[in-house]
Design a protein around this ligand. Structure first.
Ligand code: 5GP
Length: 189
């Protein structure tokens, strides 16, 4: 998506060679019209799949997921992050190890909002090492719903999260792929 590569090039901030900050339009301040265009594009790619639910994880996936939900006329469920597994009844849960934050958290979704009758599209802002996406896939598996794929705003290909998931048969659509960010220079795929 040209508009996204342009905005990453002009507004993105590379931290080290691993982290990209896009706080000006997605991760801190949100540009609603732009997020709506990104969500509409992701929705277009999955429009014939009969999606009944969008699944994401709090917090930064929610805005894009809502834009996708608006376009596909499907409700958005966001997995909540819990530091400790206090309650296990009535929920689906999975662990996510964050390389950015160097911590492991459990994410959970109430069984009320996801069931075997659902057709699910997973949405997230970034795909890096793939931990968050794997946990969301695991939650869909627990629910018995049908998973049609994942829509990602920015995939950092060099961190390798997409390959094993695609190899397992998951359809992953990314609006932008980044090949590397060495020396602060962003190379798009
Ligand atoms: P993964 O689990 O694939 O390693 O990382 C995905 C999650 O970590 C995303 O949900 C996103 O919130 C966060 N993340 C990973 N890399 C970046 C990054 O470069 N910038 C930002 N802002 N978030 C990231």
């Amino acid at each position: 998506m040209r508009e996204l590569t342009d905005r990453i090039s002009s507004e993105g901030e590379v931290i080290g060679s691993e982290i990209l900050k896009v706080d000006s339009f997605l991760n801190h301040q949100i540009d609603p019209e732009f997020v709506l265009r990104m969500g509409t594009e992701l929705a277009r790619r999955f429009k014939d799949e009969g999606v009944t639910k969008i699944l994401t994880v709090e917090a930064s996936g929610i805005a894009v997921a809502m834009a996708v939900g608006l376009a596909l006329k499907a409700n958005v469920v966001f997995a909540k992050k819990k530091r400790a597994r206090t309650q296990t009844e009535g929920i689906y849960s999975a662990s996510v190890t964050s390389f950015t934050r160097n911590e492991t958290v459990d994410i959970m979704v109430s069984k009320k909002y996801l069931s075997a009758n659902d057709v699910v599209l997973v949405i997230d802002d970034f795909l890096a090492h793939g931990q968050a996406l794997q946990a969301l896939v695991e939650i869909v598996r627990q629910s018995g719903a049908r998973l049609v794929g994942a829509g990602i705003v920015i995939e950092k290909e060099f961190q390798g999260g997409g390959a094993p998931l695609r190899a397992s048969g998951l359809r992953i659509e990314s609006l932008v792929k980044i090949e590397n960010m060495e020396n602060g220079k962003i190379t798009f795929g």
